[in-house]
Design a protein around this ligand. Structure first.
Ligand SMILES: [Ca+2]
Ligand SMILES: [Ca+2]
Length: 95
């Protein structure tokens, strides 16, 4: 019984996290459930109109109806746990 419990715990720890079904939130461009430098990079690419997956619903963090360098900077600040703007209008349309 104890062995079975240990195996179950080990399997849970070894399995990668499942991201399906994560509710999008402001700044999480890649919808992995965390704000990171990758999200800021996606916003920066979108800001300069290079190919990027960065839905405006989650990347327009200052709610001015466009993705700009300011959004990327705020996402980066958020990733670094620094004071940042996080005011998306509606993230329900995110990916
Ligand atoms: Ca993310
Ligand atoms: Ca914006």
């Amino acid at each position: 019984m104890r062995c079975a419990l240990l195996v179950a715990v080990a399997l849970l720890l070894a399995c990668p996290p499942v991201h399906a079904g994560i509710i999008p939130f402001c700044g999480d461009a890649n919808n992995d459930g965390d704000i990171s430098e990758s999200d800021a990079a996606a916003a920066l690419l979108a800001a300069v109109q290079l190919p990027s997956v960065c839905p405006i619903q989650v990347c327009d963090v200052n709610a001015d109806d466009r993705i700009s360098v300011s959004d990327a900077v705020n996402i980066l600040l958020n990733a670094a746990i620094r004071p940042s703007i996080d005011e998306c209008k509606d993230v329900t349309g995110g990916n």
